[in-house]
Unconditional design. Structure first.
Length: 505
């Protein structure tokens, strides 16, 4: 309506200006009436966080009506999750997180994002929860801990676990009180009881209590069920869409995006401590695609791709070291190792597993240069398999590695090792191909007739030779031994003459 009115006014007065502005109006009008959609699928890492944050920034720059984050994630890392949450809370445009399509989940880190959003919505047959932080590679600092599912426990043993946790809480009550100067002894005991007895060390309690305070703050900010949010951290609790709506964890259930837009139209939410009414009537939905850079970084951050890059990089450098000047293996190896270094920086890894993988590759390559008839190679394959399994066994959803993939790589390496061993055995049986050992017992051709000394052709070269019996020109002779630069020969028993032998000069 506004667009048509402006066109009529401008058309009456300045046709040229009207024509120019009509070309520009669609952009501004679309921006003012646009809902921006972002897709958060798969594990939440650094590249994914950059995509979501850039999308929210673009929506703010273009004065969008709403940002919809369509979510289906098993979880991810803490730092990228906190970055996304911070950008949602500081956004001037309302953000709605929509767990969709049916069967999708907002597990682990996704639960924090759902609770931080101005609108929390789910499709039927979806679920959320299990927001317990999992330590990464033995480091329990909050910034280094990914979100993941807690260790599975038998429900029947829950009471015993609570009894143990209460005992642990009593033993460590003074320590908790010293660490939480702002809290009282009673508050510390309550925190220990709420933790469900999962972590035992002081650092683990810090991680858990930090996550509890964080998720409760996000739930309270939008008037949602903070008590259940705490259980999602301490007990790994999960909810279906219907139960989440019933328990005031989410705001609404929508079958599809059209129903979501209709449901949020006219709803008032608090954005940066200001009441904002969402207007989604007659809006245009624009889907923001990840840039090629984000797609490349997401691919590299895949554990299986990172493992392949590391293997290719190490092989490239080893081949370059054994063949100086080849250049190509060295260049490819360095590039692949740098890309693998980036991947290992942004995904959780166990460095003991990484060391085993490097050792395994070195042993496999060493088999080619220090033949042990398979001993080094088999040891290298075993080290590689165990290292790959250990390296990405962090417990973070979406950042594990397929056993099938590891075994496939190991089988390929084993076949290459078998081929290498067979080649070395064949090479050993072949004997020498150069030097005196190769010349002895080889066949030469007499260049001229001679009785004791003369010249023979051997592999395209003219040699001085001696023979105990007369030799005819063109006759084939066998080399018995080498005396300095002179060959000791004797005619072959068949007396054959090579018709193509060089004639005497």
């Amino acid at each position: 309506m506004i667009r048509d009115s402006l066109r009529r006014v401008l058309a009456r007065r300045r046709p040229l200006a009207a024509a120019l502005l009509c070309l520009l109006l669609p952009h501004f009008a679309a921006a003012e009436g646009t809902v921006f959609q972002l897709d958060l699928e798969g594990p939440l890492g650094v590249a994914t966080a950059e995509y979501i944050i850039n999308g929210i920034d673009e929506a703010n720059e273009r004065n969008g009506k709403l940002v919809i984050i369509r979510m289906d994630t098993p979880g991810g890392l803490v730092d990228p999750t906190r970055d996304i949450v911070s950008r949602i809370l500081s956004s001037e445009v309302p953000v709605a997180t929509y767990v969709s399509p049916g069967g999708a989940r907002a597990a682990s880190a996704g639960t924090y994002i759902v609770l931080a959003s101005h609108i929390a919505a789910m499709s039927p047959t979806t679920h959320l929860g299990a927001a317990t932080p999992v330590s990464l590679g033995g480091e329990d600092a909050p910034s280094k801990s990914p979100f993941g599912n807690p260790p599975a426990e038998d429900e029947s043993s829950g009471d015993a676990g609570n009894d143990d946790s209460e005992a642990s809480s009593d033993e460590n009550g003074e320590e908790n009180s010293a660490e939480n100067d702002a809290g009282s002894d009673a508050g510390s005991d309550a925190a220990d009881e709420k933790s469900g007895g999962q972590p035992g060390s002081a650092m683990e309690r810090k991680v858990l209590n930090d996550a509890i305070a964080y998720i409760r703050g996000l739930a309270d900010a939008h008037g949602r069920n903070a008590d259940w949010a705490e259980k999602a951290v301490t007990e790994g609790a999960t909810l279906t869409a219907d139960k989440a709506l019933e328990m005031n964890v989410i705001d609404l259930i929508a079958v599809d995006q059209a129903e979501l837009l209709a449901a949020v139209n006219g709803r008032t939410v608090k954005v940066n401590n200001r009441e904002t009414t969402i207007e989604t009537e007659d809006v245009t939905v624009e889907r923001i695609e990840p840039s090629w850079r984000i797609k490349v970084l997401s691919t590299i951050a895949n554990p299986q791709v990172a493992l392949l890059l590391m293997i290719v990089g190490l092989y490239g450098l080893l081949f370059e070291g054994y063949n100086p000047g080849a250049i190509v293996p060295g260049v490819v190896g360095v590039i692949c190792l740098l890309l693998a270094a980036y991947a290992l920086q942004v995904i959780p890894v166990n460095y003991a597993g990484l060391a085993l993988i490097v050792l395994g590759i070195v042993l496999i390559v060493a088999e080619a240069f220090v033949p042990s008839f398979g001993a080094l190679g088999l040891g290298g394959i075993a080290a590689f398999v165990f290292g790959a399994i250990m390296m990405f066994d962090s417990g973070v959803p979406g950042y594990g590695i397929s056993i099938t993939f590891v075994l496939s790589v190991a089988i390929v390496a084993g076949l290459l090792l078998l081929w290498m061993v067979m080649f070395l055995v064949k090479l050993r049986n072949r004997g020498a191909v150069s030097g005196e050992e190769q010349i002895e017992k080889s066949i030469a051709v007499a260049r001229e007739s001679f009785t004791s000394e003369g010249f023979v052709w051997l592999e395209g070269e003219l040699w001085q030779a001696t023979s105990p019996v007369p030799v005819q020109q063109g006759q084939r002779v066998r080399v018995r031994r080498i005396d300095g630069l002179k060959l000791r020969v004797e005619p072959l028993g068949d007396g054959a003459v090579d018709p193509g032998s060089p004639k005497a000069l």
